[in-house]
Design a binder for this molecule. Structure first.
Ligand code: FDA
Length: 523
């Protein structure tokens, strides 16, 4: 085993590759968000330990949707070494502070619409007081909406403010946030960064695959002949050229729980160049699904997500037109099958991104799963021996992650009181995964806890579940005597502090579009 050298630089340990250490060749097939993010991540993490090549077909292109991320993206971009201003400029990014849900609990009525926010900031914690419990103990009629009571982010987002000032550090700010971006520009930026990090870029099409005992033997391309590698990463999108087509990895459908399987996507230009840009994704429920509405720098990205078993394509187009308010746009239909490959790493081949699976666009979990897979591959890749040594661990963790996300997404649907067949089918206990059903029963008498979730398999924190549960009017009964008295008075003072901090933040934080402009101008 070759020696490895370690040195302390600042507060970080740096690992230097021993020139004698075994270098792994990695071939990534596919140059979408999955391919280039994985390439840049591995190049940064593995350094000289890996020689990485990306093969992508400009002719086939990328899916070009996936315009929203989760706060984990900040850690990933920092690791890759892209500074925030470059990211905002080159990926056309805006800030995302959470997801606002309109009409999910019930359809609009003359009395009004139901709305709640799933903000990214955790509930305020101070002085050892459990504010969630105090909120739950109040009579429903005396409560502010959960997110509004627990965090200042609700007020900041409602006022169309940014989550930070331009002077704040890279990927830092007083509030948790993620981004919206142009998927094509993101892939181009990740490609540029990966190439800066030494990744070899080949343009061409994979035309055939030879399999062997190890998994993939070699791949044949139109422009570069046959290519071989120690590890093959399948980032070829829904085509799943390696893990799916060549190795026949079985697909596990999530259709019994998640019904949406189509999206009708389009872009709508802003009326004026100074139209305020929302800093949350708006998710508006309709009779058989929901519509995403994302504020990008130069346009809004919209998509009508629906279940083809409950809604025709023509009706989906009508719903999208009614939402937009005109029909002067082109939309394209993107079909998908919610589910994942049961075995994501087979021998010398691992799938990342859509090739490994996709559940649905809600809560932007596609890129979250790519980030998790890339980080796991980087840490599991052995310094010697077979590349597949940790494959079964990877498969167990990724499978559990898909299962946990299925639960989280289903939570958004199954609490709805909407009357349409799509929503009634979603509330049918038979469609609720057993693990979610069991947690919902427990949450009737206590809120979600960090011990509900297995470390390494969960993408969301207990508070993410709490925002959705209590946003959707779920009741957790803590009994009559779990608070009150001086403690309750103290909690009220903290709730007032949140309101006052919220007002202050709205007064001080920049308007969202103004921050984007400042970053664009390098101010
Ligand atoms: P993608 O299809 O983009 O790339 C595949 C690559 O493989 C391309 O470069 C292609 O050319 C290449 N390729 C394929 N076959 C080849 C061959 N034979 N030879 C050579 N190259 C080949 N996620 C998220 O986090 N937030 C969100 O808001 C959304 N929204 C969303 C909406 C909808 C409707 C869908 C369907 C998906 C999302 N997603 C999402 C998921 C997100 O789009 C997805 O995770 C990323 O774009 C990654 O896509 P891939 O890179 O896996 O595939």
């Amino acid at each position: 085993m070759p020696a490895r050298h370690w040195r302390v630089a600042g507060r970080r340990w740096l690992r230097y590759a021993d020139p004698m250490a075994q270098q792994r060749s990695i071939l990534i097939v596919g140059g979408g968000t999955a391919g280039w993010l994985t390439a840049a991540y591995l190049a940064r993490a593995l350094g000289q330990r890996a020689a990485i090549t990306v093969l992508e077909s400009p002719g086939i292109g990328i899916i070009g949707v996936g315009e929203g991320a989760f706060p984990t993206i900040r850690t990933t971009l920092r690791h890759i070494g892209i500074d925030e201003a470059r990211f905002v400029r080159e990926a056309g990014a805006t800030f995302k502070q959470g997801v606002r849900f309109d009409d999910w609990l019930h359809s609009p009525t003359p009395a009004g619409r139901h709305r709640y926010l799933h903000p990214f900031d955790a509930p305020y914690q101070a002085e050892g007081t459990d504010l969630v419990a105090h909120w739950l103990l109040k009579p429903a009629s005396a409560r502010e909406p959960f997110a509004e009571a627990m965090t200042i982010q609700n007020r900041v987002a409602d006022a169309v403010r940014a989550p930070k000032h331009s002077g704040e550090g890279d990927y830092d700010g007083p509030l948790a946030y993620a981004y919206h971006f142009d998927a094509h520009r993101l892939a181009a930026l990740l490609r540029a960064r990966a190439v800066e990090l030494g990744v070899r870029h080949l343009e061409g099409e994979l035309r055939g695959v030879e399999t062997g005992e190890a998994g993939i033997g070699r791949v044949h391309t139109d422009a570069h002949g046959a290519l071989t590698a120690d590890l093959y990463v399948d980032c070829s999108g829904f085509r799943a050229e390696l893990l799916g087509r060549a190795l026949g990895g079985p697909f596990r459908s999530a259709k019994a729980h998640l019904f949406t399987d189509r999206a009708l996507a389009c872009k709508i230009a802003y009326d004026r160049p100074d139209t305020p840009i929302e800093s949350v994704t708006t998710a508006t429920a309709h009779e058989a699904g929901w519509i995403w509405d994302i504020g990008l720098q130069h346009a809004r990205g919209l998509g009508c997500v629906y279940s083809s078993a409950h809604l025709s394509d023509a009706r989906a187009a009508e719903i999208l037109r009614a939402y937009v308010g005109h029909d002067r746009f082109d939309a394209r239909i993107i079909p998908f099958e919610p589910g994942w490959r049961e075995t994501q790493w087979v021998g010398n081949c691992v799938a990342v991104g859509l090739a490994g699976g996709f559940l649905e666009p809600l809560e932007s979990t596609g890129i979250v799963l790519i980030e998790a897979a890339a980080a796991m591959i980087a840490e599991f890749l052995p310094f010697g021996g077979a590349v597949s040594a940790s494959a079964s661990r990877f498969n167990a963790l990724m499978g559990a992650r898909y299962g946990a996300i299925t639960n989280f997404l289903k939570l958004h649907y199954c609490l709805s009181r909407r009357p349409e067949p799509f929503w009634r089918d979603n509330a049918d206990p038979a469609s609720i995964p057993d693990t979610l059903g069991a947690m919902l029963a427990e949450w009737r008498h206590r809120p979600p806890s960090r011990f509900d979730f297995l470390v390494g398999t969960e993408s969301f924190a207990p508070f993410n579940y709490q925002y959705v549960l209590y946003g959707m009017g779920f009741e957790t009964d803590l009994g009559q005597d779990a608070g009150g008295g001086a403690d309750a008075a103290h909690a009220e003072r903290l709730f007032e502090r949140i309101r006052s901090f919220g007002r202050q933040a709205v007064a001080e934080l920049p308007e969202h579009r103004a921050l984007i402009r400042q970053i664009g101008e390098g101010v």
